[in-house]
Structure formats: C-alpha cells, structure tokens
Design a protein around this ligand. Structure first.
Ligand code: FAD
Length: 553
C-alpha cells in the first residue's frame, strides 16, 4: 500500500513534534512516524510501576525550550505548565549541607558556612556566566552557516555571524575562548576553594558527558545548561506537569490540532530515494518496517544520525566524507537513570524539616570535584564508579498527578558506568551500581532505602536499544567542541540539510540540540520552507526558459 504526504517526519521525540506542528501550521500535510508505542522519545512519561505512578523516564526538567515556541504552538492550551524547580541542595556525608537559595543574602550566608571567600566570589561568577550567556545563548538559535564554503550566499551568512560577536571586547573574546576550550574545573577553581562548592558546581559541566570535570570542553557543557530559563528567570529549570511527557504530550496535541497525523508503533525501515548518488539521488519517501510505503518529497529525520544515515539509508549512496563524519561521531556518556517510587519523602539528617524548597529543589550528591573526577576515571578504566554522583529531583512535590497522595516519584540522574556498557545489558552490574547510589542517599537521609517501593534502572544499553540513543549518549552525540555548531553533525551539513536533497535532519545531534530545546525542530522548518520557495521559483524560471533545468541545493 502506498500513500502520499507533503512531509514525513521520522521520530516523535520533541524535535519531531515541533517540526510537525510548525509544518502543519503552515498548511502542509504531515505524517510523523514513531517506532515506539508512545510519543516523546527521550522526553517521555511512562508507567513502569503501574498506573498509579507516572515516571519521567529519561529527561526530567525543562529550561531550554524557547518561550516564543511555547506561544507560537499554543502549548499552554494543551496542558503545558512548568513548576519552577527549587534551588540546589547538596547534603553531605559529614552531616552538613550546602544550599544555593535564590535570595542573594541567604545564598551568601549558606556558602559562607563553607568559605567566606566563596560566598564573596559567587556574584562575580554569576555575572561572568551571564555575560557569556548573552553572547553564546543567541547563537544556539542560529542555523549555522557553512563555514569554509566560498559560495557567495554562504560567505554572506558567515558575515552575519559576526553580529553576535560585536558585543565582545578583547577580554570577552578571551573569556569565550577559554569557556569553549577549558574545563569546568579551570573555570570554577578560579572563583571557589571549598570542596562543597566545587563538587556542586562541577556537576553541570559533566551532565550527560563522557568527560570528567578536568576534561577540556566541560566548561561549555555547564554554560549550555545555564542559557535557558523558566518564567523569565535566566538559568532556572522547572518540572513540566505530568513529567517530560507533559511537554511532548502538549506538542503532539498542538501538531494534531494543526492537522498533522502522528503514528506510533510505526518504525521506519528505509528512507527511499530515487536515482543513484551520481545522478543526484533525491528523497522520495519512506518505507515502514511493516512494508508500507509513504511517498513524500520532503523527509525530516530526528533519529540519531547513525540510525538515519547508516541504517535507514544505504551509506554507499552518500558522500564518503559525510559517512566518515557520521561513523566517527562521538556518542558516549555512561549515564544511568534511576527512577523510584517512594513511600514517603526523604528525611535529610542535615535538614530534617519538610521544606518544599529542599524536596522540590535539585538534590545533588557530590562531595567534591575530585570525587567526580575519580568517578569518571574509574569508568574510563572500564569499571563503574564506586561513588557515582547523582542529580536528583522529586517532581511529585509540586505535581500531584504523578503519585498517589503521600507517595512520591524520584528521578536520579547519575554517572558513570563504562560507555561500552551500551553493547550489553549489564543488568546485574547496573543493579549493584543503583544500590550504591541508594546507599549514598541512605547516608544523608537515614531510612531512605526502606522508603523505596519500586525502582527502574535505565543504563546505556537500554537507552540505545529502546530509546534510540546510540551509545547511550543523552544528547544523540557529545557536546564537545569538535561536535558543536558548524561541526554538528558533519562538515557542510550543520544547516539541517543532508547530502540527499529533500532529506533534512533535526534531532539533538544537530546544532541547537542537546536537551529539550525544540530549536532543531523549529529551524528545520525554516530551511524546508526556504527550499520549497526556492524550488517553486526555479520551476517558474525553468517553465519560462526553454531547456531550463531544476537545481537542487
Ligand atoms: C537520561 C536523560 C536525561 C536527560 N535529562 C534532560 C533534562 O532534564 N532536560 C533536558 O533538556 N534534556 C535532557 N536530556 C536530553 C534530552 O532529553 C534529549 O536531548 C532530547 O529529548 C532529544 O530529543 P529529540 O527529539 O532530538 O530526539 P529523541 O527524543 O531521541 O527522539 C527521536 C525519536 O526517533 C525515534 N526513532 C528512532 N529511529 C526511528 C525509526 N527508524 N522510525 C521511527 N522512529 C524512530 C525514537 O524512538 C525517538 O522517539 C536527557 C536525556 C536523557 C537520556
């Protein structure tokens, strides 16, 4: 059976849904094909413990989704709502804790319990980050120009890029260079001295990253997590109602309200092209694993690039250097997500009183920067970390739809296991690893272990096999300097196009991706619409010119 659509989108993760919504809103006939039985991709809420508990399986907080995207797509009409997350709370094995409340005076007092110098340095550190965020933040929303190309249109777009750098003085240029090339340790050790601060702040430099806090490039990973906001508060994060599935549920409803069709349980087996490489293969549709063919002049893939270009297409028909870039794409992270159902809220030895600012905040288990580096080095040496760090939240503190009254769900984002565990399930090893994370919580919140009603442990293999996160990398590919901006994911193709005319890419392995940003999904629509306009123009000109030929890119 063959049907025909204007556009087929592969993958109903948030980027696929954003693209589908904007395209359908523009009047195109759009079909989204998702292999899993549910929409959401890595932003999904599921019920592994039965219907009473809703678990945000992988990603757990939002910050990077642009507010104008939320408005454009009318997401609040479809239930999108974000509860601002409370501040950092880092309980320590020695019975103390570090908190970073929003109020500057309170924050100063909390940090000063560990170091007066650190407390004084914090506002300077924040101002430094804010300045860098102002320069690099807007770049996230750009479609990268083709750097290195000499074509006039590309040279013009390269020139436009300079407008982002105009605000920088000589000091600013050096700061940006150091941020992009340095480690989170280099950055924070300039400001802080206490283990408590260094441990807590280094976490956001290594989240989802196959690199320790002393590895080059981790300073940028921290900034990447700092350039969004919630309710106008820069750098803030929040819990979407219903878990991250609340975000993708709203996006799916928006896409459908504009006329897009979404099919789940519909894995794409092949991206079809017509004509061979030499004669300029052009996309002509997809074939589902079921054998059903869907014709479409435009296909957007949001699957991991190694799935899209090495499995769904025959690599032999793609340019060799493009295929080489995709094959060597670094896509490791060694992350393990642990989801729990709890009988009660944890009682922290250092702060026993119930407090929504504590229980509703980001609870971090990280004693020092050196401990985090050691945890990474153990994974590099092929062993799971003896003392994994954990970034923890309890979204049910604000969102009573997630668990029965009095009960809670807890999300634990932890690192590291060896990235090679993506090749095998390692179930027993993962269980032992999860026991160690829970033991760390028990140490700071006695009685915690007995409060755990259910647990789910998702390691790199399951992320890869079930969720399509090849190699277990949470962002479809590392956010290292060599894989950013014009290099994401391949030389000459950071503009969301691909070597196959009519085939576009918009997953997290493209620029603007890495996190629930929706930016690739939105930007790809700009490219598709621009190319459709250009094609129409070419056709009109060709119609007027005897013997005229259609161009492609
Ligand atoms: C453990 C973890 C924690 C994270 N925490 C956060 C967080 O708190 N905040 C944040 O902003 N980001 C977080 N992230 C990152 C973020 O979730 C991802 O970057 C983002 O969700 C990816 O969205 P996407 O639409 O680009 O891709 P995906 O969500 O991966 O969607 C791609 C979709 O394509 C589908 N697919 C693949 N192959 C096929 C095929 N052949 N046919 C049909 N469908 C196919 C997949 O099933 C998938 O649904 C986290 C990620 C993980 C794994």
């Amino acid at each position: 059976m063959t049907t025909s659509r204007d556009v087929v989108v592969i993958g109903a993760g948030h980027n696929g849904l954003v693209a589908a919504a904007y395209l359908a809103k523009s009047g195109l006939d759009v079909l989204v094909c998702e292999q899993r039985p549910v929409v959401g991709g890595a932003a999904v809420s599921e019920h592994p413990f039965g219907p009473d508990y809703t678990v945000t399986s992988l990603s757990y907080v939002v910050s990077l989704l642009p507010p104008d995207l939320v408005t454009d797509l009318g997401l609040t009409r479809h239930g999108y709502h974000v509860f601002p997350q409370g501040p950092y709370f880092a309980p320590r094995a020695d019975g103390r804790y570090l908190r970073l409340p929003d109020d500057p005076a309170q924050r100063h007092a909390e940090i000063a319990k560990f170091s007066a110098a650190d407390a004084d340095a914090y506002p300077r550190y924040e101002a430094h980050l804010a300045g860098l965020g102002q320069v690099l933040g807007p770049l996230l929303d750009e479609v990268p120009p083709r750097l290195g190309s000499r074509r006039p249109r590309d040279l013009w777009r390269q020139g436009l890029l300079l407008r982002h750098l105009r605000g920088l003085d000589e000091r600013g240029v050096v700061d940006v260079t150091r941020l992009l090339t340095g480690s989170i340790a280099d950055l924070i050790e300039e400001y802080f001295e206490s283990d408590a601060m260094l441990g807590l702040l280094s976490v956001s430099g290594v989240i989802g990253t196959w690199a320790g806090p002393r590895s080059a490039g981790t300073a940028y990973v921290m900034l990447h997590h700092h350039i969004g906001g919630v309710d106008g508060q820069a750098g803030a994060w929040g819990f979407p109602r219903g878990g991250m599935g609340g975000v993708t549920g709203a996006l799916a409803a928006a896409a459908q309200s504009f006329g897009a069709e979404i099919r789940t349980g519909a894995p794409v087996g092949e991206i079809r092209t017509r004509d061979g490489r030499d004669s300029g293969a052009k996309v002509c549709g997809v074939t589902l694993a079921s054998g059903e063919e869907i014709d479409a002049g435009t296909v957007i893939t949001t699957a991991h690039p190694q799935i899209s270009f090495l499995r769904l297409l025959d690599p032999a028909m793609l340019p060799g250097d493009f295929v080489a870039d995709i094959r060597r794409w670094q896509t490791r992270s060694g992350t393990v997500k642990i989801n729990l159902a709890l009988d009660r809220l944890p009682v922290f030895a250092s702060h026993p009183d119930p407090d929504p600012q504590i229980h509703g905040g980001t609870i971090v288990l990280a004693e020092s920067l050196d401990d985090i580096e050691t945890a990474f080095q153990q994974a590099v040496a092929g062993q799971p970390s003896a003392m994994p760090f954990a970034d923890i939240c309890i979204p049910s503190v604000f969102d009573d739809s997630l668990a029965p009254p009095g009960k809670h769900v807890m999300s634990m984002f932890t690192q590291w296991v060896p990235h090679r565990w993506a090749a095998e399930p390692h179930e027993a090893d993962l269980d032992a690893y999860a026991d160690r994370v829970i033991a760390r919580m028990e140490q700071v919140a006695p009685g915690f272990t007995s409060s755990v009603l259910h647990r789910q442990v998702i390691g790199p293999h399951r992320m890869q096999e079930e969720y399509g996160l090849v190699g277990g990398n949470i962002f479809h590919g590392e956010l290292s300097l060599g894989q950013m901006f014009h290099a994401r994911p391949a030389a000459g193709y950071a503009d969301l196009r691909t070597p196959v005319p009519g085939l576009y890419q918009a997953g997290s392995a493209t620029h603007g991706g890495g996190g629930v940003t929706g930016i690739p999904g939105r930007n790809v629509v700009r490219q598709v619409m621009a190319d459709r306009r250009a094609d129409r123009l070419r056709q009109r000109v060709a119609a007027l010119t005897p013997g005229g030929r259609r161009g492609s890119r």
